[in-house]
Design a protein around this ligand. Structure first.
Ligand code: NOJ
Length: 767
């Protein structure tokens, strides 16, 4: 496994000394190597075992290994197969998903292992996205922590719960870069940025797969959705995508490539077509890039019914044709649709698919079963005792609470509205999300309970404050798009009138986020803003606690409320974590992983945009028309920039010191700042490094994130924070599509957000 470590040097100036884990950088175009660290196989032994097994398999048994069916438990798409027990008994089924539980999986595994001719164990998969039963914050929320250790821990715990419940495989992480908050699935990824996206993806895979896939508490991860799903036109789910080769390789592929290098076990194809070719039948993506260029050794599964959807795409004439296109393109396993199972035997007879192609895919799947250790002990994951002990353990719940606190982003905090003063005697807790258990855990929340377990904000504040503070709760408004009356406003006003401060918990319903949940507006839905307007008339401090799965349009709130705390959907322990932050037991440290636009018309708005030939200017020269790249009615900047996030403390940044103003090709320089906690609280700060290449053989973004460090600063503490800049941070796809840096001038920015930083300049020169 080749992961280059980018050295991050931190030295202490005044008080303490900190050492920081090294952050792996992203390799875009290096020859990959097998992932020995995770897959501890003796490949000769494995090859011999699989050769022998495959020699005994009939063609039908081989094709069966390529079939993945949805279990009876849960529906994560609109169609499911029935009656797979017969197929297992015949030895014609390779894998099942959506059947969870040590007992249930063991029952089916026994049929596969003990009642079939060859006893090949089944694989059990599931969408453990941000937790199995202990639910962590929504993936986008977790990314907002910029805390790679916390993210890895969340994935580790999710893997432990899944593995104890009979699962071998999660369909996560989703690593689709997206710059369109209309798309509901931005909630499942890590946001707009390539570098942050790859780092978060790596942490998740490390957490799921651990350092040894054969251990009974590690599971296979899936890099999905390959590729460019996040660029769906208009932000409408499943929509077509069209991106240039340069954008494909510079923006959408790097997180996937980083995961191949880190030994991710499987890939999932995307639903969309890319430049006219559906991703599931896309030989260029699956064979040329993934296998030939990157040397991926795991297997590729399609998304749910994505094979036959190639018929609707107008790419295949029927499901048999679709099966042939999918398999030949490199999609090894067919999810749900059974197109391979029904048609491939005939396709072989007709010469449309070769036995060798089928065998290649079968081998990849058997190899992963072997690496999981299933041929040695097919039942080691289905352990009822372990399941009872591990799932929803107290430690897991506490860890979920901690990750939830770390994921929250303080967007605004005027008049020191937060943390709530200890003088406060009463709180008006208002809003449709203040006491809604069903919404707390968000979309794609595994088997998370939505009825009793999730802690709401009302409960969290009661747990925290007991009788010391009176909480006057009223739902007040609704987040539903339609059918709202303002009947609840009266009770909300009564509650607010008798309280010292108003805490409004508002946002989206969890159903408005995730798959098939695109929106054309980003304002707070329903009559929530109307209620806030009424509350505002009382002239009391208003704290807005947001729950949502995407960037929202918060213009009104930004102008009218005192504080805004973005909490996403923060999981089973949401209410306790939010209470921790509201009262100041935890000082918020999250930073936005996606820009929050001022309105939908600005989309896409992201920090690594290009300058254009007529950069934005507000200057209406002599009152004449302004011919710069701008909107008539709004600035180009987002309301809240990528990387933005306040703290209860404040941090001062010194000017940047460079170890040299020139860097030689092949060399490196250090860029350092001294950061001082100048506020009244201990707190963490994410120190962010951005770079701009001023002139290139192709136009370059105005800045790109190239590193970050999340560090704790005690009150009054200063630390020198240093980043090493090498060619790697300056490299890009040049005019001729070769990858590397070009000599010339660069700007380096270090700061607290993409729009608030110090700047220095250096030049890259030939050796
Ligand atoms: C469809 C989704 O796109 C994918 O992300 C998920 O893993 C599968 N359904 C299985 O539930």
């Amino acid at each position: 496994m080749k992961i280059k470590l980018l050295p991050l040097v931190i030295s202490c100036v005044l008080f303490t000394s900190v050492s920081q884990a090294q952050t792996p950088s992203i390799h875009l175009n290096k020859a990959p190597a097998a992932s020995e660290a995770v897959w501890k196989d003796d490949s000769k032994k494995m090859d011999a075992f699989i050769d022998e097994l495959m020699a005994k398999m009939t063609l039908k048994e081989k094709i069966g290994q390529l079939d993945l069916q949805a279990g009876k438990g849960q529906l994560t798409g609109s169609y499911r197969n029935k009656g797979y027990a017969k197929q297992i008994k015949a030895g014609h089924l390779g894998a099942i998903f959506n059947t969870v539980g040590a007992k249930q999986t063991r029952m089916l595994q026994e049929i596969a292992v003990e009642e079939t001719r060859l006893g090949i164990p089944l694989l059990f998969g599931y969408d453990t996205i941000h937790g199995l039963k202990t639910i962590f914050p929504l993936s986008l929320g977790e990314a907002a922590s910029w805390d790679l250790e916390a993210i890895e821990k969340s994935a580790r715990i999710s893997a432990e719960e899944s593995a104890a419940s009979g699962l071998h495989w999660t369909f996560a992480p989703m690593v689709d870069i997206s710059r369109d908050p209309r798309w509901g699935r931005v909630s499942e990824g890590a946001g707009e940025d390539v570098y942050l996206g790859a780092q978060v993806a790596l942490a998740r895979v490390k957490g799921f797969q651990g350092d040894d896939l054969s251990k009974p508490d590690t599971i296979m991860a899936t890099a999905k959705h390959f590729a460019v799903y996040g660029a769906a036109e208009g932000g409408r789910d499943y929509n077509s995508t069209d991106v240039s080769e340069r954008t494909l390789r510079s923006v959408y592929l790097p997180p996937f490539k980083a995961l191949v290098d880190a030994g991710v076990s499987t890939f999932m194809t995307a639903f969309n077509d890319l430049n006219g070719v559906p991703a599931t039948g896309n030989d260029y993506l699956l064979n040329t890039i993934l296998r030939d260029e990157w040397g991926f050794e795991g297997f590729v599964v399609t998304d749910y019914t994505a094979v036959e959807e190639m018929v609707d795409h107008g790419f295949a004439k029927d499901s048999k044709h679709a099966a042939e296109l999918g398999l030949n393109a490199g999609a090894d396993m067919d999810m749900v649709g059974q197109n391979y199972f029904k048609h491939l035997e005939a396709s072989v007879k007709e010469g449309k698919v070769s036995v060798a192609t089928i065998e290649k895919s079968v081998r990849r799947i058997l190899e992963m079963k072997y690496r999981l250790g299933l041929f040695e002990d097919p039942y080691k994951y289905s352990d009822i005792k372990r399941e009872k002990k591990v799932v929803l353990s107290k430690e897991n719940l506490l860890a979920a609470q901690d990750v939830a606190r770390k994921s929250m982003v303080l967007l605004k905090n005027d008049n020191k509205a937060l943390p709530l003063s200890t003088d406060i005697k009463s709180i008006a807790l208002i809003g449709p999300l203040a006491d809604s258990k069903a919404d707390m855990i968000g979309s794609w929340a595994g088997l998370g309970d939505r009825k009793t377990m999730p802690v709401t904000v009302l409960e969290g504040l009661e747990n925290k404050l007991g009788d010391k503070v009176k909480i006057n709760y009223a739902k007040g408004a609704s987040y539903n798009y339609k059918g709202n009356t303002n009947k609840g406003f009266g009770a909300a006003m009564v509650a607010a009138k008798k309280s010292d401060v108003i805490v409004a918990v508002m946002g989206e319903s969890e159903k408005m986020t995730g798959e098939a949940s695109s929106r054309t507006t980003l304002t707070l839905p329903g009559n929530q803003i109307a209620l806030l307007r009424e509350l505002k008339k009382l002239k009391k401090p208003i704290v807005l606690v947001l729950m949502n799965g995407r960037p929202l349009n918060l213009n009104w709130a930004d102008e009218n409320v005192d504080a805004i705390l973005e909490t996403w959907f923060s999981g089973t322990m949401a209410g306790n974590a939010i209470a921790d932050v509201l009262v100041g037991d935890y000082n918020p440290s999250g930073k936005l992983p996606m820009s929050f636009p001022r309105n939908v018309g600005q989309i896409p708005v992201y920090h690594s945009m290009k300058n254009t030939g007529r950069p934005f200017s507000d200057d209406l020269k002599g009152g004449a028309w302004n011919y710069s790249s701008r909107y008539e009615n709004l600035p180009n900047t987002p309301l809240y920039a990528f990387g933005h996030g306040l703290s209860y403390s404040s941090f001062d940044y010194s000017d940047i010191k460079l170890s040299s103003n020139t860097m030689k090709m092949g060399g490196s320089i250090e860029a350092s700042v001294t950061v001082t906690n100048t506020g009244d609280y201990d707190g963490e700060e994410v120190v962010q490094l951005y770079i701009q290449d001023l002139v290139g053989s192709v136009t370059r973004p105005v800045k790109e994130l190239k590193g970050f460090q999340k560090l704790m600063f005690k009150k009054g503490e200063s630390k020198q924070v240093s980043f090493t800049i090498s060619e790697e941070e300056l490299a890009f796809y040049r005019r001729d599509m070769s990858y590397g840096a070009e000599t010339g001038d660069f700007k380096v920015f270090i700061g607290t957000a993409s729009d608030k930083n110090k700047v220095a300049k250096f030049s890259l020169v030939d050796k």
